[in-house]
Design a protein around this ligand. Structure first.
Ligand code: ASP
Length: 343
């Protein structure tokens, strides 16, 4: 049974921890809900803030699609974060953004290599709703965004990104190291940035179920810091960084996008759930597939999947430890630490 005192106690501890800059993680798997009880989950610690905005909508019987858009807009707007226009640029000094969104009826939209637009997720939604296409990229995506009334933002990098880019230019070494929090010299609770100035994660993926039992998902990213100009990862690719099948479940991915694309990651996890696996087991199976493909190289990459099934069960699995996800429903608001292949 739901213990209100325990919940208040852990929420208070969680809030205190957040105020002090210390992360607190809930143990074990999140409680299972039933269809019709709204829930939102999202990748990494930034998910906590994003979930609040999504919950505003879900708790008022709103649509999961609106919730996942509103949620990740919070992260896109945060200037000192790893997502959105404040994030690290590509190797030529330009921030290029990718995003995708998918609803309960296989409607989907995405944008990639989009510059100077603050909310790529909302442009992705317009692509889904207002064009006969699924994906727009580069200057075409920007042109569409402007025509839809999205303001063109200044080209300038955020203070953090400027500093990181200057630091990176000293060596200009293209060595993508992402999402490997446990490799940070100060351990998993250290700020989400590596010594060489790279953020160690660059994405927020969010999936939700609304009161009607419908699923939707969103994913938005600046991609890898200092990537080659024109590089796309998994996040804007439907089936890789995001997939929703309203009969089965909704999945999002984070980590080295190239390796998520290789196995059509999020779609694969949905198909594994269709075969009867729990969300956690399905995420694990997909991660194991990547580890097998990569062989020894698996030790130096991070990929994580986060899944929600139609029954309201939640699960995640990552290659490296350090992957966290945030959950919010009518009973709890928590950060969970995912299990991982390497411990
Ligand atoms: N998956 C993203 C990409 O490869 C990066 C991330 O999740 O941090 O672009």
């Amino acid at each position: 049974m739901f213990d209100r005192r325990k919940f208040l106690h852990s929420s208070l501890l969680g809030s205190l921890g957040t105020l002090l800059g210390v992360k607190s993680f809930a143990a074990g798997e999140p409680p299972r809900l039933t269809t019709g009880q709204p829930v939102v989950i999202s990748t990494w610690d930034d998910g906590l803030e994003a979930n609040k905005a999504a919950w505003e909508i879900l708790s008022r019987q709103g649509r999961a699609l609106d919730a996942v858009e509103a949620g990740v807009r919070v992260t896109e707007a945060s200037q000192n974060c790893c997502v959105g226009l404040g994030a690290n640029p590509d190797r030529d000094g330009f921030v290029t953004l990718d995003a995708s969104i998918m609803d309960e009826s296989f409607n989907c939209g995405s944008v990639a290599f989009l510059e100077r637009i603050k909310h790529p997720i909302s442009v992705a939604r317009r692509v889904m709703e207002k064009t006969p296409h699924v994906m727009l990229v580069g200057s075409g995506a920007q042109q569409f965004a402007i025509a839809e009334g999205f303001p063109l933002e200044p080209l300038e990098l955020s203070e953090d990104a400027k500093r990181n880019y200057q630091q990176w230019l000293k060596t200009s070494e293209y060595k993508p190291v992402i999402n490997i929090e446990n490799r940070h010299p100060n351990g998993p609770s250290a700020p989400a940035r590596l010594e060489n100035g790279q953020w160690n994660h660059d994405t927020i993926g969010m999936v939700a179920m609304d009161a009607a039992g419908n699923l939707s998902g969103s994913c938005t990213t600046s991609g890898m810091g200092f990537k080659m100009r024109g590089r796309l990862g998994d996040s804007p690719i439907i089936g890789a960084g995001l997939f929703v099948d309203n009969e089965i479940g909704a999945v999002t991915a984070t980590g080295q996008g190239e390796d998520v694309i290789r196995i059509c990651g999020s779609h694969t996890v949905v198909e594994l759930m269709r075969q009867g696996l729990s969300p956690a087991a399905a995420c694990r199976r997909a991660v194991e597939r990547i580890v097998k493909i990569k062989g020894e190289k698996a030790a130096s990459i991070q990929v994580a999947f986060l899944a929600l099934n139609k029954k309201g069960e939640v699960g995640a699995y990552a290659i490296q430890k350090g992957f966290s996800y945030a959950l919010k429903n009518g009973k709890e608001e928590k950060l969970y630490r995912s299990e991982s292949y390497f411990s």
